[in-house]
Structure formats: C-alpha cells, structure tokens
Write a protein that binds this ligand. Structure first.
Ligand code: F6P
Ligand code: MG
Length: 469
C-alpha cells in the first residue's frame, strides 16, 4: 500500500508542521483580516453593504483562527459550488474514524489544504467578496521589491538573444546554460511569502540572487541534483510541450517564464509551454491567473520596480514582456484553467485548456489515478515532453508528505506517477518531508544545520524519466 509511512503531523512538537499550525497560520490569518480591513476602505469594497459583509468575514476568519488554536474539529466543507468538496469531505470522514479530524491531529498536508479551501468557502458565500484574493496586495508589494532579480535576469536574456547563433552550434555551451537555467528556476522558489511573516527588504534582496554566479556559489546547497539525467532526456526531444505546475507569483513566476522562454526561444527541444496555476487563493503566494497577467503588465509599467539600474535595463524588461505577450497571443504560452475560472476584472485574454482544479485539492499526486479530477489532470498532462513541479507544496504532494527514510528513492516516493511522464521537481526545502538523499546524508546535515529541512536554504533537483501518460 502507498505510502507506507506515517504522515508529517503537528502531533510531533519538534516538527515544522507543529511550528506552522501553532505559529505561522495565526500570522497568515491575521494578514487576511488586515487585507479585508484595507479593502473596506477602497474601490469596490467601500460601499456600506460590502463593508457590512467585510465585518462579517473578519468575524469568521477570527473564529477560524480561534478554532485552530483550541484544536477544534474540522467541519465538512460546505457546498459553495466549487471544486474538490467531495474529496475534502470524504477524506475528513476517514480521518474522523481515526479521531484525526482536528487541526492539530490531522495530517499536516490535509489540514493545510483544507485551511485554504475553507477560507475560499467563506468568501464564496458573500455577495461582494466572491472574487476577493486576500493575498493579492502582499503578492504585488513583494514583486515590487524584486527589481534586482528581474533586471539581472532580463539582462541575461538580452545577452542570450545576441549570442543565439553560437548556441545553435555549441552543444556543450547549451548544456551548461541549461543547467544554469534549471538552478535559476530552482532558487526562484526560495521566494515564498508564507515564510516571510513581514516584508523584510534585506531578506528580499538576498533572495534575488538568481544569476549564474549566484548559482555556482549555491551549488553545494543542492542536496540532490539529477540535472545530468534530465539533460540526457531533454537533448533527445524536439518541439515538445513543456508543462509547469506553478508555485509562487512574482519573482518565482518570473524565473519560470525565463526558463520557459529560454527553452522555446533558444533550444530545439520545446515549442510550447502550458502553465498550470491555482484557481483559488492558495498558500498565500501561489499564482492565480490574475497574477500571471499582472506580471506581464508590471513589466511594461514604467518604474514599477523603482529606478532601473540603466535605461537599457528598462528596455531589456520591456522587450522580454513583448516577446512573452506575443507567445501568449499566439498560444505558445498557455494557461491551463477550467472554463469560467479565469475570468474577471484583471484577467485579459486567456487561452483555455482542458484545465482542472486538482491542484487545489487535498489529494496526493501518487494517488491521482484513483480520483476523477486526478484522472482529468493526468489527461491534461498526457504527451508532455517534461512536467515541472515547482516548489515545496508540490513536492509534499508528490511524496505524500510522509516520514520516508531520507534515502528513499524519489521514484518510489512518487507512487504511481513514476514513469507516466518525464517529471522534474524543483524544490527548496521548506517542510519536514525529504527523500532522494544518499544514505547517511540526512544525519550529516542534522549535525551541521538543524533547520536544513525547512529553512528554504537547501534545494533538490529530482528527475524521474517516463513515457507519456
Ligand atoms: O506552510 C506550509 C508550506 O507548505 C511550507 O512547507 C512552505 O513554506 C510553504 O507552505 C509553501 O511553499 P511553496 O510556496 O514553496 O510551495
Ligand atoms: Mg507556494
């Protein structure tokens, strides 16, 4: 039976799960309350009726916070017409049988997904706040601080454009560049607002070290690196489709798009990219369709990131945005989103795919083929040349978030997903679960740095080859 080990759980007081449920969630929920207060003073939410509803929402989020702190029972998700309710509630009934249906006794992964799904229901039942994303302001404010990362990467892409012909003939150079791009995209995942309880500018500056020099300085921090096997796969495909199951908005999404652009524009391997966002506000900073489009418009908004290092840098960013917008317009870059989900005030044009809501459910990926939505999600990935899973939460879902021995093989940990399609996980470690390490390595790390599993300082590049779905 899969998975064979007990779940990561806040029942273990020494775990990051416990730290999260007891300390980090209350901060995140307080930020939600702040966002409602702020919205009440502005725009569409400033009417007396919306404000009244806002107060009610604040009361409900406050109650949720209180319920978590007293380890209350998690109630079934109410039917708001949204996705995954059946799966959430059937898993909850199962947990109830084992008396694990409380905030501090449920498996951490389930409880955390439930938290964001439950929040969505709260807003969905209102009249004025249905489309409200309580994390949107945070996502935008953080991206504005990311100018350095954006300008550096845009300059790098500009240089690549001018060196294109050399790359066409020099496979060795292409391989080095490919590896750099993968690492750049990995470190993009360090930027995660759910870990930053306040916006610390120095910390944000440090997180933006995403160029080639920063890569080599940090390569020791990659605890497993399958880039060679990945390259062996990638170099033999042509005009394939790349799928990216996205994680965070802002600089991380920017690095995802740089990787996508590099592969489509500068290599023969891929000719189209499908980005898979979330359809509800999720783990604070995850990409929703609106965030995808606001990134493109931020790049062409003068002084969005403050003063550019030079007028040329401003130009590099604008021309990148122009190319990406043209890729969106002609369908080379597509957003996978279920019909009706990607509409609304900030959305612009969306190229619809046969998208699914599986990514905001509680299900682990190794059991995707046991659920109808999971099967639809697999269907959407069929035929992909490479599916990239970004970030920590995707890694937790890939590995079922259980306490595997750290030297467990990655392909064992991902259950029935192994071999279905070529799969790459790019994850900086922000949670207890770990697999894919050589034997004894975890113990060495325990001696060296007690926070190595969750500080976000270390990363993994895990590749599992495969045919098509
Ligand atoms: O709070 C839980 C958590 O899943 C952490 O493990 C991690 O810090 C964050 O939320 C999500 O990280 P990411 O954005 O990389 O998926
Ligand atoms: Mg995230």
């Amino acid at each position: 039976e899969y998975p064979h080990y007990p779940p990561c759980s806040p029942r273990d007081r020494a775990s990051f799960a416990y730290e999260t449920v007891s300390k980090r969630w209350p901060v995140i929920l307080t930020q939600v309350i702040d966002a409602i207060y702020r919205a009440c003073d502005s725009g569409t939410y400033a009417t007396p009726e919306a404000e009244e509803e806002g107060k009610e929402l604040i009361r409900k989020v406050g109650k949720l916070k209180y319920n978590i702190s007293r380890n209350a029972i998690m109630e079934p998700i109410e039917d708001d017409g949204g996705a995954n309710i059946e799966l959430y509630n059937s898993m909850l009934s199962f947990l109830e049988l084992q008396q694990q249906n409380m905030w501090f006794t449920a498996p951490w992964l389930y409880a955390e997904c439930y938290l964001y799904r439950h929040l969505r229901t709260t807003f969905a039942f209102s009249k004025h706040w249905k489309a409200f994303d309580p994390f949107r302001g945070q996502k935008e404010r953080a991206f504005k601080e990311m100018g350095k990362g954006v300008y550096d990467l845009a300059e790098m892409m500009h240089k690549l454009d001018t060196e294109k012909e050399d790359l066409d003939i020099n496979e060795q150079a292409l391989e080095v560049l490919f590896s750099d791009m993968i690492q750049m995209c990995l470190w993009g995942n360090t930027v995660d607002l759910s870990l930053l309880t306040s916006l610390d500018v120095d910390h944000l500056a440090q997180l933006q070290q995403v160029g080639a020099a920063a890569n080599s300085a940090r390569s020791d921090l990659i605890l497993r690196n399958d880039t060679d096997a990945l390259w062996t796969h990638v170099r033999q495909i042509k005009n394939a489709r790349l799928d990216i199951v996205l994680d965070n908005s802002g600089l991380e999404l920017f690095t995802d798009m740089v990787l996508a652009d590099f592969l489509v524009t500068h290599t023969p391997f891929f000719s189209e990219v499908v980005f898979h966002p979330k359809t509800i506000p999720w783990f604070v900073s995850d990409v929703m369709p609106a965030d995808f489009f606001s990134l493109l418009s931020a790049m062409t908004t003068p002084h969005y990131f403050g003063q550019a290092p030079s007028p040329s840098h401003e130009q590099y960013v604008t021309s990148l945005a122009t190319r990406w917008q043209s890729y969106v317009d002609c369908g080379v870059f597509r957003l996978s989103s279920p019909p009706g989900q990607a509409e609304g005030e900030h959305m612009g044009e969306v190229v619809q795919e046969n998208g699914v809501d599986w990514w905001v459910g509680p299900g682990v990926y190794g059991l995707m083929d046991e659920n109808e939505d999971g099967i639809r999600a697999l269907e959407a990935l069929r035929g992909s040349g490479l599916v990239v899973f970004k970030g920590d939460l995707n890694f937790r879902k890939l590995t079922a978030d259980v306490r595997w021995p750290p030297h467990t093989q990655f392909d064992q940990a991902i259950g029935t997903l192994a071999g279905r399609f070529p799969l790459l996980a790019l994850r900086t470690n922000k949670a207890d679960v770990i697999v894919g390490l050589r034997e004894g390595f975890a113990q060495e790390l325990d001696q060296k740095d007690k926070d190595w599993r969750w500080s976000g300082k270390y990363g993994l590049i895990c590749f599992c080859p495969g045919g098509t779905v």
